[in-house]
Ligand binder design. Structure first.
Ligand code: PAJ
Length: 263
């Protein structure tokens, strides 16, 4: 039976129980509004561990834009039903004060990877993300934690975080889940109008199809899609655009295209 914890204190007491001794725990941190991308992470955790813990917390410290935070979709009941359906065991749903007893006077900062791409466009975003992930990893003390490649820079930063602070949780990367038109699933997609949805699909297609990042920029520009950045690095191509006021990010492995071209 799924058990929900709103109190950090209660969860910490529960986590001490003998039932966890010698067992594996999988952890999937989320901000809710769960879709099939999140579900793939949860299902993998359920398959690979004795227990699965999920967190649902819309973390205000990682939003650099107040409107984005206010508009972030909150769908608690549907989320709980989905988690029950995939047989996860526990959900942590703390309030801000519970998770931030210090009111964010203590925070984690990374000074290299976090300065590019998302970090450059969203000042303070990665400080808030790393801080909340550190808090959650300390609370759950999981064997494995599951993160999506959709947010690749986040994944790299979390890997660096566990190495830097000697956290005994293995970070597992999960591939990006896309819809039938190739658009990476995201909680923000629900805010796209029909016309903007088509543009978002074009963004995903063009990002993968053009040879150079410059050509991607030009094609998107021609389509009237506002580009934030298109960059190649670590064998991947990364892109961020603004479609009808909705910020979309995506990335893919450049080697996959090379392989297709050779065949
Ligand atoms: P959120 O956007 O809810 O995403 C939770 C996890 O789901 C992240 O690891 C994200 O990369 C993964 N995810 C989202 N869309 C995906 C998709 N289409 N395919 C595969 N995985 C996908 O990322 C966050 O929340 C927050 O920053 C968080 C880590 C919870 C810290 O607040």
């Amino acid at each position: 039976m799924l058990k929900i914890f709103k109190s950090v204190k209660e969860w910490r007491a529960f986590r001490q129980r003998d039932q966890f001794f010698g067992k594996t725990i999988g952890f999937v941190p989320t901000m809710g509004n769960l879709h099939l991308g999140h579900r793939a992470l949860i299902e993998r955790s359920v398959r690979e561990n004795d227990f699965t813990v999920l967190s649902i917390f819309v973390n205000p410290t990682q939003f650099n834009n107040r409107e984005d935070l206010e508009k972030y979709p909150r769908t608690q009941e549907a989320d709980i039903r989905m988690v029950e359906g995939v047989r996860a065991d526990y959900i942590l749903m703390p309030e801000y004060d519970c998770l931030y007893p210090d009111d964010y006077t203590y925070r984690v900062q990374e000074s290299v990877i976090s300065k590019f791409m998302e970090g450059r466009s969203r000042p303070g975003h990665f400080d808030g993300m790393l801080t909340v992930v550190l808090k959650l990893l300390q609370l759950v003390r999981a064997t494995r934690a599951y993160f999506g490649e959709k947010d690749y820079q986040q994944l790299q930063l979390v890997r660096g975080l566990v190495d830097a602070f000697f956290i005994d949780t293995e970070i597992v990367a999960c591939s990006t889940v896309r819809d039938e038109n190739g658009l990476a699933l995201s909680s923000r997609n629900s805010r796209l109008s029909e016309g903007d949805y088509d543009k978002a699909v074009q963004f995903a297609k063009i990002l993968q199809s053009e040879k150079s990042s410059k050509a991607v920029c030009e094609r998107l520009d021609e389509m009237g899609i506002e580009v934030d950045y298109i960059e190649d690095g670590s064998g991947r191509r990364f892109g961020a655009v603004n479609v009808g006021g909705v910020r979309l990010i995506d990335n893919y492995d450049l080697k996959v295209n090379e392989k297709v071209e050779r065949e």
